[in-house]
Design a binder for this molecule. Structure first.
Ligand code: CA
Length: 546
């Protein structure tokens, strides 16, 4: 269907080109799919700050309006119970500076997706700005015409246009299928503090080894941990070499086999999309490797039952040497429970480089886009609303979201670095103050603010590991037909993958005998149709990225 549409458009464009003797750039206002990909770029290029209806020119700084005004905002409460986010000093400060009076319609954090979705769909709100319940992956709200195409108002969005031109991946991800951008997004920390491999440094030193970087060296180390009295309690049999939750095995070992099993779908340098769990060679090798670890007792018999509490328990008893988890756990949940941890890396569970095999290792990062905000097409104050969103996502306001207010939650040292005050170090107080108010505003998480929360050595290791982070499969808007296809087939495919993966790793199914059958079954579950959808989506993404 899509192919036919595209080639139809091509013919049309070529005909127009021949007749008019010029390009198709003028088609930007039509629904021409070819020209559509340039909508946002053109809007950014041509944006200039102009007078609003009241004769005021907003240049990205407060106040955003001459006369003031009220904006109704549909968003969610804090996930900290007892935090009144609407009255938090940081949030109030942003509105006061902007010259805008907020009129809140806040819905409980836990029920937001469900409740806000029904309110929005039924038109039961007159909010000017709306926090999008689930980021609208299938463009349901976009296609219903509920939200203003922001690129048509880029004259009022100097901060947002600057950010978009500096962040091509996020710009491409935010670009809808029709070529417009509808939402301003909050931002996750995406390349920092991501899941990584961690070793007990004291055990490494006892073994006289450095953190291994290849699969072979890694297996050698596990054997050593298994066979020696690493914790010096006189018993050489109570060591569990590695304690990793099953969900992290794909993060840990997939890359050494050239696979992003975390995203599942991946694209090669030519833009060809494949499903990593259907890779006939590399995924088979991956399973054989894990089956080998399992057979040797290096991956424990009940590895699917291990949860984080269990890992922490083992570390506190000093009976395990290797972990893999979100970086945050490194100094905040693992090292701190080690009996001999003295606050230094020498006595800690330390993060290390990814493992390499036939392929060079990497860590899978995450997508940066977080909570999204749109402006209702029903709003009587669209200009004010887009300006407010622009101001609310500015670097100036991000400072408030990440640090709060100088002199209250943080101070600036003589060398220009910042640190939280005593009050600011109290998380309950800081939440009341409105730190990271992503529930109500497009806030970005901060690496710098995370750095000072974790141990210094941990922040240092994070900086060293950043170079290994690879972008995951991008967030790409789906058409309703595409999401129908994915929803129809993907659940069965994933169930098959999960079940087979366990059976292969534990040897319940013989890999040499049964792997081809497994691939055949994925075929029967219509994997090819899902891959076709992902391929089409990836093409759109690459176009928007260029
Ligand atoms: Ca022991």
């Amino acid at each position: 269907m899509r192919k036919r549409l595209l080639s139809g458009m091509l013919v049309l464009a070529m005909t127009m080109g021949t007749v008019a003797g010029c390009g198709i750039n003028d088609g930007a206002k039509n629904d021409d799919k070819l020209a559509n990909t340039d909508l946002v770029d053109n809007a950014i290029r041509n944006a200039e700050q102009v007078e609003d209806a009241s004769g005021y020119v907003y240049r990205g700084k407060a106040p955003i309006t001459k006369d003031g005004g009220t904006l109704k905002i549909l968003a969610q409460t804090s996930n900290y119970s007892g935090v009144d986010i609407a009255n938090a000093p940081i949030v109030k400060k942003v509105f006061k500076e902007a010259g805008v009076e907020p009129d809140w319609q806040l819905i409980d954090y836990d029920n937001y997706e469900e409740k806000a979705a029904s309110i929005i769909s039924s038109g039961d709100t007159d909010a000017d700005i709306i926090k999008i319940p689930d980021n609208d992956p299938n463009q349901v709200y976009i296609k219903s015409g509920l939200f203003v195409p922001l690129d048509e108002f880029f004259d009022y969005m100097p901060n947002f246009t600057k950010w978009l031109s500096e962040n091509p991946v996020e710009k491409a991800e935010l670009t809808a299928e029709d070529g417009h951008i509808y939402y301003v997004s909050g931002i996750n920390v995406a390349d920092d503090y991501q899941p990584c491999l961690m070793f007990n440094q004291v055990w490494l030193d006892k073994a006289g080894m450095k953190a291994p970087e290849t699969l072979d060296d890694f297996v050698e180390l596990l054997r050593y941990f298994r066979d020696n009295d690493m914790n010096d309690n006189g018993d050489a049999t109570d060591e569990i070499p590695m304690s990793v939750m099953a969900e992290f095995l794909p993060y840990m070992f997939g890359p050494a086999f050239g696979l992003d099993l975390v995203s599942g779908f991946q694209a090669d340098d030519d833009g060809n999309v494949t499903y990593a769990y259907a890779d006939s060679e590399n995924y088979k090798e991956y399973l054989k490797f894990l089956n080998g670890l399992y057979e040797e007792g290096l991956l424990e018999k009940n590895y699917t039952d291990v949860d984080r509490d269990e890992v922490i328990e083992r570390i506190s008893k000093d009976i395990t040497g290797v972990a893999f988890d979100y970086s945050w756990a490194m100094s905040m949940m693992y090292s701190n429970v080690l009996p001999y941890y003295d606050g230094t890396a020498a006595t800690a569970f330390v993060g290390a480089a990814p493992l390499s095999g036939e392929y060079e290792g990497f860590y899978v990062g995450r997508n940066a886009l977080s909570g999204m905000f749109g402006v209702s097409t029903q709003s009587y104050r669209i200009e004010l609303a887009v300006k407010f969103l622009d101001y609310a996502m500015s670097e100036h306001c991000q400072e408030y979201y990440q640090w709060g207010i100088e002199g209250e939650s943080y101070v600036v040292n003589d060398d220009g670095s910042r640190e939280y005050t005593e009050k600011g170090k109290d998380n309950d107080w800081l939440q009341q103050f409105g730190i990271n108010p992503a529930f109500v505003l497009p806030a970005a998480q901060s690496v710098e603010a995370t750095d000072i929360l974790v141990a210094d050595w941990h922040a240092q290791i994070n900086r060293e590991l950043r170079k290994y982070i690879k972008d995951p499969w991008p967030d790409i808007y789906a058409t309703s037909k595409e999401s129908d296809t994915v929803n129809l087939y993907m659940e069965d495919i994933q169930n098959k993958v999960n079940k087979s993966s366990d059976d292969f790793i534990t040897g319940k199914m013989d890999i040499e005998e049964k792997f081809d059958d497994y691939l055949d079954e994925l075929d029967k579950l219509k994997l090819d149709e899902v891959v076709e959808v992902k391929q089409a989506q990836y093409k759109r993404y690459l176009k928007a990225l260029k």
